[in-house]
Design a protein around this ligand. Structure first.
Ligand code: NAD
Ligand code: UDP
Length: 333
């Protein structure tokens, strides 16, 4: 009996485990899954996540929070139909604090979640990243591009960890027939990013709102393609529920490519801030450009981003404005 049939036959709500569910993307995913009627188990060690992100959910009858580190083996009673593997710090500032710990999170965390998936017969989706392409020599990046990662640089703990996690997913599929999905997520932004996590969108917005200099690393000519979190969460769910034969890897990102200086100017315009631009050294191994080819997501999932950069920035700015004013914006599902 297939998983889908099993869920249907039992007529119960699917139980979904979101590892990393108290983080930025994970908490939005928990909201969306609860809205669809799923039972949601959020597992997180609160390294970069916070209970603030899931506070409105803590009393929800279909929501359960487990504080746990994915590097330790995971035992959960009952059936689990779906596992989203998002538990990993995503910002360079955070994943570089303890690089060996990051690598262990990617490798041991994936093995522990895959073992759980094997025991429970769950389908599992790995939150991989555009960082598997490193500093790309092919532009834009299709899934077939094998990447250009420096294996010994300061970003390698994350990039190589995520590459190893993809390997483990496909090895479990080959060895055990585990139903896997691999999403290669490109830069994502939105409410609930941490104001101090060092990522470009949160940095620029917080700096603009405080009237502090906007810190552009390098000349600001490097590019990224920014996807609003609601679009990304919709893509993740579509990939998870795609036919069992679809494993990916599948790029999920917004193909609208902008330079870092352009995003700084957009944030200044949206916030009407007079903050000056301040140019600082470019970190080592910082990728020069990044833009997804999303033909596979469009064709197989019928997915493409809907939220324009300006609109997504306005929503994110509104969130940070409340936070900086000392209010805690509760985004009730
Ligand atoms: P985030 O740091 O906000 O969320 C990660 C969550 O995982 C946090 O709640 C954190 O506490 C938890 N976590 C970290 N290590 C853990 C561990 N060992 N055990 C249990 N929980 C742990 O980051 P995010 O932006 O929400 O990213 C979520 C996932 O998506 C990550 O796997 C990340 O690599 C991936 N991703 C994100 C982006 C992006 O632009 N945000 C891009 C590509 C991939
Ligand atoms: N960046 C910047 N100023 C900042 C933070 C980041 O110019 O205050 C640059 C960074 O060097 C990179 C881009 O913005 O070129 C995106 O950085 P982020 O850390 O958000 O994501 P990643 O590099 O992992 O794609």
């Amino acid at each position: 009996m297939t998983l889908q049939t099993r869920i249907h036959a039992s007529r119960r709500s699917p139980t979904v485990l979101v590892a990393g569910g108290a983080g930025f993307i994970g908490s939005h995913l928990c909201d969306a899954l609860l809205q669809r009627g799923s039972m949601v188990i959020c597992l997180d060690n609160l390294f970069t996540g916070t209970t603030d992100n899931i506070r409105p959910l803590l009393n929800h009858p279909n929501f359960r929070f487990i504080e746990h580190d994915v590097r330790d083996s995971i035992e959960i009673e009952g059936e689990i139909d779906r596992i989203y593997s998002l538990a990993c710090p995503a910002s360079p500032r955070h994943y570089q604090v303890d690089p060996v710990g990051t690598m262990k999170t990617c490798v041991l965390g994936s093995i522990n979640l895959l073992e759980l998936a094997r025991q429970k017969g769950s389908r599992i989706l790995q939150a991989s990243t555009s960082e598997v392409y490193g500093d790309p020599e092919v532009h834009p990046q299709p899934e077939s591009y094998l990447g250009n990662v420096n294996p010994v640089g300061p970003r390698a703990c994350y990039d190589e960890g995520k590459r190893a996690a993809e390997t483990l997913m496909f090895d479990y599929r080959r060895m055990h027939g585990t139903e896997i999905k691999v999403a290669r997520i490109f830069n994502t932004y939105g409410p609930r990013m941490l104001e101090n996590d060092g990522r470009v969108v949160s940095n620029f917005i917080v700096q603009a709102l405080r009237g502090e200099p906007i810190t552009i690393y390098g000349q600001g000519t490097q590019t990224r393609s920014f996807c609003f979190v609601d679009d990304l969460v919709r893509g993740l769910q579509l990939l998870m529920e795609s036919p069992a034969s679809v494993s990916g890897p599948c790029n999920l990102g917004n193909p609208h490519e902008v330079t870092i200086e352009a995003i700084a100017r957009e944030v200044l315009a949206c916030t009407e801030s007079a903050s000056p631009l301040r140019f600082e050294p470019l970190p080592k191994d910082d990728p020069r450009r990044r833009k997804p080819v999303i033909d596979a997501a469009e064709k197989i999932l019928g997915w493409r981003p809907r939220v324009a950069l300006k609109d997504g920035l306005q929503a994110t700015i509104a969130y940070f404005a409340l936070r900086l004013a000392g209010e805690s914006p509760t985004l009730v599902p």
